[in-house]
Write a protein that binds this ligand. Structure first.
Ligand SMILES: NC(=O)C1=CN([C@@H]2O[C@H](COP(=O)(O)OP(=O)(O)OC[C@H]3O[C@@H](n4cnc5c(N)ncnc54)[C@H](O)[C@@H]3O)[C@@H](O)[C@H]2O)C=CC1
Ligand SMILES: O=C(O)[C@@H]1CCC=N1
Length: 273
């Protein structure tokens, strides 16, 4: 993979997952700079061998790639400071991982930026099992498009979306969804420990079953999710008893409503920040 100097503006949960995932692939730490007002975070990253810089503009000016990893609520303030500091983005790749911040908004906030990619990653990038949706305007330089794709492919799977509006759905399907799975596993762990199992054993039973189920899905693309579920559900057996409860509480509709709420919040954020 081509190696460029990358400046992460924001060293929080998502940036950390990407950076540590990249380091595991052998990406040179000296090519990564993290900017964050939190000194403890900079100290942590320095211990990982990457460069740190409290001043966003200084780091951004020196980097080939600027990856914006601050909360959407702060994006305008952060970008305005970069612009006011006369950072010239005209020969840089700008990547934003922020939910709900459109390309048009980014271009307005960074007028000198012409090569901008939106990426919706997720935190499993930390264990090289991330899923990232990417969107860029058709005018994006192919070399930079390839770099952005390779960067996230180093820490998981990637897919490009044709329309920017699809990034809302990507956010619901993969950006936020690790939390859906954690919630289900959390509820299962609580139920199992309530039955007298210790946390560690309950977690082992649940995490391995979740991993196994995911690998069954990945390694059997020709088998539908419905069939995979039915193959566990012996007629009149234990699984059917559990699935009946899920059906009584209309889990499918609840999941659909949760995904729609995620999309609506992403759309709302696009009007707010
Ligand atoms: N957490 C996740 O699973 C995902 C997050 N994202 C997006 O990533 C972005 C960051 O989210 P998280 O990492 O979860 O948030 P976070 O709160 O963990 O990290 C944000 C970081 O930005 C830093 N920061 C605040 N002001 C700053 C400034 N002026 N300059 C530089 N850094 C500054 C904070 O100190 C913090 O470390 C958001 O836009 C979010 O939408 C996207 C996909 C998944
Ligand atoms: O919850 C959020 O807004 C961010 C974006 C996707 C996952 N976390």
């Amino acid at each position: 993979m081509q190696q460029k100097s990358i400046c992460f503006i924001g060293g929080g949960n998502m940036a950390q997952a990407i950076i540590l995932g990249l380091l595991k692939t052998g990406y040179p730490p000296h090519l990564i700079t993290v900017c964050d007002p939190n000194a403890d975070k900079l100290f942590y990253f320095a211990k990982q061998g990457v460069q740190t810089q409290p001043n966003n503009a200084v780091a951004a000016q020196q980097a080939d790639v600027v990856l914006l990893a601050v909360k959407p609520q702060l994006m305008a303030e952060v970008c305005q400071h970069l612009t006011q500091s006369a950072v010239d983005f005209s020969h840089k790749l700008v990547i934003s991982i922020a939910a709900g911040i459109s390309l048009a908004r980014l271009s307005a906030l960074l007028p000198s930026a012409t090569q901008v990619v939106r990426i919706m990653p997720n935190t499993p990038a930390l264990v090289s099992e991330g899923m990232a949706g990417l969107y860029a305007s058709p005018s994006l330089d192919i070399e930079l498009k390839t770099f952005a794709e390779n960067l996230l492919s180093a820490v998981g799977k990637t897919c490009w979306v044709e329309k920017e509006e699809h990034m809302h759905t990507v956010t619901a399907a993969s950006g936020s969804s690790p939390a859906y799975f954690f919630l289900l596993m959390e509820a299962m762990q609580n139920a199992i420990t309530d039955l007298g199992f210790d946390q560690e054993t309950a977690r082992l039973l649940i995490q391995q079953s979740a991993l196994g189920a995911a690998k069954m899905v990945i390694e059997n693309p020709e088998i539908s999710l419905t069939t995979l579920r039915e193959n566990v559900t012996s007629k009149g057996g234990t699984t059917a008893a559990a699935l009946d409860i899920f059906a009584q509480h209309d889990l499918s509709t609840t999941v659909q409503q949760a995904i729609h709420a995620c999309i609506q919040r992403s759309q709302e954020m696009e009007t707010l920040f």
